[in-house]
Design a protein around this ligand. Structure first.
Ligand code: 6CS
Ligand code: FE
Length: 305
C-alpha cells in the first residue's frame, strides 16, 4: 500500500488559475565531479530553465538516426500501434512513444552519457526514463503543441510528485525559425500555474493530438511572456536541448516543406517516481508514463558510427 503523499501542486481543482512558487531546486547539488557541463552552462540552465548543446551528435550519427526514424514512420505495424499518435487532422504520424523501450537503437541512445550524463548531473543522481517519444512535426501538416508545462500534466495525470525531471530533445532535423521550433518562456520554470478545469477520462487519447486541458489561462500566459519574453530554439540537427520539466513551452504548426523531427527523452530522478496516490483518475498507460521499472539507467559512452 503506498503511503498517501501530500499533493504539493494541486492543479485542475480551483475554478480560477492560481500561481505558486516551485518547491525544489532547478539544479540539484550532490553530483560528483567532473561535471559534463561548465559552470556557465549549469548557471544558464538554473536561471533560464533550458540549455542547448549544439551538435553533440555527428552528421554521420544523425544520418543513422534519420534512417531509423523514416523506417518507423512508414512501418504499418508501428503506424497501427496505440503508441503511435496521428496528427489531429489527417493521417500523418505526429508522435511515436516508448521508443526507448521498443527500439534497440533509441534504447542505446537513452543511456548515452552525452545526454543521460547531463540529465543525471542536472537532477543530482540516478535517473530513469519516465517517457520517450519521437515527434515528427512533418512538413506542411505538422500541427502545433499548445503552451503547457510538462510537469503539470505529469503531476496531474501520471502522479509525478515534484519537479525533479528534465526533458532532452535531440534535434534530428535543423530546427529553424520557421519550421515550428520549440518556444520556451525562460524563467517560467520557477512558477507553477494551477490549470482550471477537470481532467477528462482517458484524456491522453485527445491531449497527445491536441491538448485542451492542463493548459494555462491566457492571463497567466500573458503575464509570463511579458515578464520573461519568449525564446525559440533554432539549432542544427544533432544538437540537444535540455529543458526543465516545469518550463512553459509550446511550438507552432509547420507549414514549410521542412520537417522538424525531434527525439525526446524524459529523465526522472529515481527518488521522484510516480505515485498512484496522487491521482484522481486511472494512471495513463505505461507507454506514456513509466509505472513499473524505476531502476537507475546504466549510463555509458556510446558511439553510433
Ligand atoms: O502529456 C504528455 O506527457 C505529453 N504532452 C506534451 C504536450 N508534452 C509532454 C508529453 O509529450
Ligand atoms: Fe511538452
Amino acid at each position: 500500500m503506498q503511503s498517501h503523499l501530500e499533493d504539493l501542486y494541486p492543479t485542475r481543482i480551483s475554478p480560477e488559475p492560481v500561481w505558486q512558487e516551485r518547491k525544489v531546486p532547478v539544479l540539484y547539488p550532490g553530483y560528483s565531479l567532473p561535471s559534463p557541463l561548465s559552470a556557465e552552462q549549469a548557471r544558464q540552465f538554473e536561471e533560464e530553465g533550458f540549455l542547448v548543446l549544439p551538435r553533440i551528435y555527428s552528421e554521420e550519427e544523425v544520418a543513422i538516426f534519420r534512417v531509423e526514424v523514416e523506417r518507423l514512420r512508414t512501418d504499418p505495424e508501428i503506424r497501427a500501434s496505440e503508441k503511435t499518435i496521428l496528427e489531429p487532422q489527417g493521417e500523418a504520424v505526429r508522435s511515436v512513444f516508448a521508443i526507448h523501450r521498443d527500439n534497440p537503437l533509441f534504447s542505446r541512445m537513452a543511456s548515452d552519457e552525452r545526454i543521460a550524463g547531463v540529465a543525471s548531473f542536472l537532477l543530482g543522481g540516478d535517473v530513469y526514463i519516465h517517457q520517450s517519444r519521437l515527434n515528427y512535426k512533418p512538413g506542411f501538416t505538422g500541427k502545433e503543441f499548445y503552451w503547457h508545462s510538462d510537469f503539470e500534466t505529469w503531476h496531474a495525470e501520471d502522479g509525478m510528485p515534484d519537479m525533479r525531471a528534465v526533458s532532452c530533445s535531440i534535434l534530428l532535423t535543423d530546427n529553424t525559425t520557421y519550421n515550428g521550433p520549440l518556444m520556451l518562456i525562460p524563467g517560467s520554470h520557477r512558477h507553477f500555474i494551477h490549470c482550471v478545469g477537470q481532467t477528462p477520462e482517458h484524456h491522453y487519447q485527445k491531449s497527445l493530438r491536441k491538448q485542451e486541458y492542463g493548459v494555462p489561462d491566457h492571463a497567466s500566459l500573458e503575464k509570463l511572456a511579458e515578464r520573461y519574453g519568449i525564446t525559440e530554439v533554432s539549432a542544427p540537427a544533432g544538437s540537444a536541448l535540455f529543458f526543465d520539466c516545469n518550463i512553459m513551452h509550446g511550438s507552432n504548426s509547420n507549414i514549410t516543406p521542412f520537417p522538424r523531427t525531434n527525439l525526446f527523452y524524459v529523465y526522472n530522478h529515481t527518488e521522484n517516481t510516480v505515485q498512484d496516490s496522487l491521482l484522481t483518475r486511472l494512471p495513463r498507460p505505461d507507454f506514456v508514463a513509466e509505472s513499473r521499472n524505476f531502476s537507475a539507467l546504466e549510463i555509458r559512452p556510446e558511439r553510433f558510427v
